[in-house]
Design a binder for this molecule. Structure first.
Ligand code: PLP
Length: 511
C-alpha cells in the first residue's frame, strides 16, 4: 500500500527508496550531498494548471501571477514562465530577475510597502502591468516619478479589507492592524484626485487576505469587497477598472499523512491540514459576485474585467523536498510524563478523552494515548533518541519563526512503518534549531515518527518544503547554502543552484 504522503508520478516508493519524479532521492544525495532541495517541474506545472481550472467556470480573463517571494530561483521562474503564468514581484531585485528570465512587462505586477524611487523608476520605465500601491503617499510619489520620466504608470490600489482568516498571526495581511495597504475610503479619494492624471493609469484594486488560509469563505467575502469598491469607484468617479486582484494564500495540506495530526492543537491542525480546491473557491466567489451584480444592475462592470491571483505557496510548496542526513545521535532519559502532559492543550485532552474514552493522564507514555491506541508506538521505549540532521532553520526559517510543520520521512526506508518516536534537531549552534516547539506551546509535535533504529548517515526527507525556504535561507554559523536540483518532466535532473563553497561565505565582505 502506498504511504499517505505519496503522490502518483511525483512522490513514490521504489525499492524501498523515496523517488521524486522517478528519480531516487538517495541517488541524488550521493551525487549532490545534503542538505539538498529537489524540485519537480511536473508538479509546479500541475499546480498552476490546477488553479487554471477556474478559467472554465468564470467568464472573465484570469491572470495567475505566481508570487515570486515564495521562491524566485531563476530556473523555477523559468518553469513558471514556460507554463504560461505571470508574475508578482516585491522588489526592484525581483523585478530585475523577472525581466532577466524573460517575463514580458505586461506579465508583471509589483507589490511592496516600502518601494524606493529607483524601484519605481524601473517599474515605470519597464511599463509593467501594475504597480500595486500601498499608500496615498506612495501614489503621489509614483505620479511625480512618472511625470519626471515622461511616462504613464499603471497602478492598482491595495485595500485593507479587514478580513481575518484562521492562519498564523504572522501570515495575516488583511487586518486593520496589518501593515499593508490603504483603507477603501482613501482609495476612493485617490480616484477622485488622480482620475484625470496624465501620469497615472488607475486600473485596478487589490487585496491579499493572508497565507495558508484554511477556509474558502474569506475569498467570497474578499471578492465581494473588491467588486463593491469597483462599483463605488465607477459611480463616484466614472473610472472603470480593468482588473481586480484577489491575492494569494491558497493552502497546502501539510498533514496529508495524518500520523502526527493529533499532536497539534486544534487551530494549528486546522491550518496545516487545510485542503480546499482553489479553483472551486474562486469559481464560487465569481458566481456569487455575478449574481449580486445582476441583481444590482451592475453586471456590465464585469465585462472585459480581468481577475488576478497571486498564488505562491500553492504552486511551489509541495513541489519541493528537502533531503537531509542524520549527522549525530544521542539518548536522553524519558521526560517526566506529567511535564509533557502539561504542554498539551485542554482541547486536545478532551479530544483524546472523547475519542478513546481514556484520559491522557492514565497512560505511562509521553507519546500520547493516540499512538498507543493505534499501535504506533514502539513498545520498548526506554529513552528518548535524538537525531541531529544537517537541515536547520537557516534553510527552513519558518520552522523557527512560525513553528511550521514539514512532514518527515526516511528516504532510504520509505516503505517501512514509521512508528518509532525521535526528537529531531538541526545543526545550528542555537537552542531554537529544533523540529519541535522549543517554547513549549506544543504548536508542533514533540516527536517525529520514523522507522526503528535510525542511525547516523541515514537520509531523511522533509516534504512540502518548496515555499518560503530557499527564498529566506542564510549562512548562519558559516554554513554553506545548499544545492538545488530540478527534476525535469522528462526525468532528467538539472542542478539549478550550486552548493556554496568557502569563498561564498565571504562574498562582499571587505577586510
Ligand atoms: N500576494 C501578496 C501581497 C503576499 O503578501 C503574499 C504572501 O504573503 C502572496 C501574494 C502569496 O501568498 P501565498 O504564498 O500564500 O499564496
Amino acid at each position: 500500500m502506498n504511504p499517505a504522503w505519496a503522490i502518483e508520478n511525483f512522490l513514490e516508493v521504489e525499492n524501498k527508496h523515496l523517488h521524486i519524479g522517478g528519480v531516487s532521492a538517495v541517488g541524488l544525495t550521493e551525487k549532490y550531498g545534503t542538505p539538498l532541495f529537489v524540485f519537480s517541474e511536473q508538479r509546479i506545472k500541475h499546480n498552476i494548471n490546477r488553479l487554471r481550472r477556474a478559467e472554465k467556470v468564470i467568464d472573465c480573463r484570469l491572470k495567475i501571477c505566481y508570487a515570486a517571494k515564495a521562491n524566485s530561483n531563476m530556473a523555477i521562474l523559468r518553469v513558471v514562465l514556460e507554463s504560461g503564468a505571470d508574475l508578482e514581484v516585491n522588489s526592484g531585485g525581483e523585478l530585475w530577475k523577472a525581466l532577466k528570465i524573460g517575463f514580458a512587462p505586461e506579465q508583471i505586477i509589483f507589490n511592496g510597502t516600502s518601494k524606493e524611487i529607483w524601484e519605481l523608476e524601473d517599474a515605470i520605465n519597464a511599463e509593467i502591468y501594475a504597480i500595486q500601491v500601498d499608500s496615498l503617499f506612495e501614489l503621489a510619489l509614483i505620479e511625480e516619478t512618472a511625470q519626471r520620466l515622461g511616462k504613464r504608470a499603471n497602478v492598482s490600489l491595495r485595500l485593507v479589507p479587514e478580513i481575518e482568516t484562521k492562519t498564523h498571526s504572522g501570515l495575516q495581511t488583511a487586518l486593520l492592524t496589518s501593515k499593508f495597504g490603504m483603507m477603501p475610503d482613501e482609495a476612493l479619494s485617490a480616484f477622485h484626485i488622480y482620475k484625470d492624471s496624465n501620469f497615472l493609469n488607475l486600473c485596478g484594486v487589490h487585496l491579499h487576505i493572508g497565507s495558508q488560509n484554511p477556509e474558502s469563505a474569506p475569498y467570497m467575502h474578499a471578492i465581494h469587497l473588491l467588486f463593491e469598491n469597483l462599483v463605488k469607484i465607477y459611480n463616484e468617479t466614472g473610472t472603470r477598472l480593468t482588473h481586480i486582484n484577489l491575492g494569494g494564500g491558497f493552502p497546502v495540506n501539510y498533514l496529508r499523512d495524518d500520523s502526527h495530526t493529533l499532536h497539534f492543537p486544534p487551530a494549528q491542525r486546522e491550518m496545516f491540514a487545510a485542503d480546499f480546491e482553489p479553483s472551486d473557491a474562486i469559481a464560487d466567489a465569481w458566481i456569487a459576485v455575478k449574481t449580486a451584480a445582476a441583481r444590482a444592475d451592475t453586471a456590465h462592470l464585469l465585462e472585459n474585467l480581468t481577475l488576478l491571483l497571486e498564488p505562491g505557496r500553492s504552486i511551489i510548496s509541495d513541489a519541493g523536498v528537502c533531503l537531509t542526513t542524520v549527522r549525530n545521535i544521542k539518548e536522553r532519559p524519558l521526560p517526566d510524563i506529567n511535564q509533557s502532559l502539561k504542554k498539551i492543550t485542554q482541547e486536545t485532552r478532551r479530544e483524546y478523552l472523547d475519542e478513546y474514552g481514556v484520559s491522557l493522564g492514565q497512560t505511562r507514555t509521553s507519546f500520547g494515548v493516540y499512538e498507543v491506541k493505534r499501535g504506533l508506538v514502539h513498545p520498548n521505549i526506554k529513552s528518548v533518541v535524538w537525531l541531529l540532521t544537517d537541515a536547520g532553520f537557516n534553510i527552513l526559517l519558518s520552522m523557527e519563526t512560525y513553528k511550521w510543520y514539514y512532514h518527515l520521512i526516511s528516504a532510504e526506508r520509505a516503505d517501512e512503518k514509521h512508528n518509532f518516536p525521535y526528537k529531531l534537531a538541526g545543526p545550528l549552534c542555537d537552542g531554537g534549531d529544533v523540529y519541535f516547539d522549543i517554547e513549549g506551546e506544543a504548536r508542533l509535535p514533540d516527536y517525529r515518527l520514523l522507522p526503528d533504529n535510525v542511525q547516523p548517515n541515514e537520509i531523511l526527507a522533509l516534504l512540502n518544503c518548496g515555499a518560503y525556504s530557499i527564498a529566506q535561507m542564510f549562512q548562519y554559523n558559516g554554513r554553506f547554502l545548499p544545492a538545488i536540483v530540478l527534476i525535469r518532466e522528462n526525468g532528467e535532473t538539472e542542478l539549478i543552484r550550486k552548493r556554496d563553497g568557502f569563498e561564498d561565505l565571504i562574498t562582499n565582505e571587505v577586510f
